[in-house]
Design a protein. Structure first.
Length: 217
């Protein structure tokens, strides 16, 4: 069956979450460790909140994870520095191939389906100039839970009006790949970092190292 549309994860797939390292240099000589610790706790908090049924939007989750990471690493930051790091999330850099990859997939609909809050996604899309390539920007805020909850993945087919089996879901996160595959999407894993797939019996249909390698049929 031909691919009738593409649904993209945002953070780590289109937008480089570790581009915050530049802002982190004001706080630590090891900004990469702060960025990695922050990102891991951010994901953990989404999973925990989903399991507990205690939703807060991704902006609140991201700030809580940052404050935890600062404490974990024994770093001191002023409130202004914390807010500067948070602001960096509104203008994350895209990976180099993203814009040409999205353009290549036209005219089929392309959408973002992300944990990000509407405000965060709107800011990131505006800062990157990707809006002209996207038919939809979909936030989990509509269902008030986080990936890999099936209710989140259901937003893609609902908004695009295309069955999940006819869509290609694209993520750089192996756990997200498994979640989308379990829901019923065809899935491409953008494995830029040479990571290992999850041991969940839900392999990706395609594995690429850049979005410009995605299949078009």
């Amino acid at each position: 069956m031909p691919i009738r549309g593409y649904v993209f994860d945002a953070y780590g797939t289109l937008f480089d979450v570790h581009s915050v390292v530049e802002a982190a240099r004001a706080i630590t000589a090891d900004p990469a460790t702060l960025s990695a610790t922050w990102r891991q706790k951010q994901l953990e908090y989404t999973w925990l909140r989903a399991l507990m049924g205690r939703y807060e939007d991704f902006w609140a989750v991201t700030e809580a994870a940052l404050r935890w990471a600062l404490r974990r690493l024994g770093l001191t930051a002023t409130e202004a520095q914390v807010q500067a790091l948070m602001a960096a999330y509104l203008g994350l850099a895209c990976f180099p191939e993203v814009e040409r990859a999205l353009a290549r997939l036209a005219p089929r609909p392309r959408a973002i389906l992300s944990n990000g809050s509407p405000r965060m996604l709107e800011a990131a899309v505006a800062a990157s100039g990707l809006g002209r390539h996207l038919a939809h920007v979909i936030s989990v805020d509509e269902v008030r839970t986080y990936k890999p909850a099936p209710a989140v993945y259901a937003l893609g087919p609902r908004r695009l009006g295309v069955p999940a089996a006819d869509l290609l879901f694209v993520s750089s996160n192996a756990w997200d790949v498994a979640g989308a595959k379990a829901f019923g999407y065809r899935v491409a894993w953008c494995n830029r970092a040479g990571g290992l797939p999850e041991e969940l019996g839900l392999p990706a249909d395609h594995v690429v190292t850049g979005l410009d390698q995605l299949p078009v049929d």
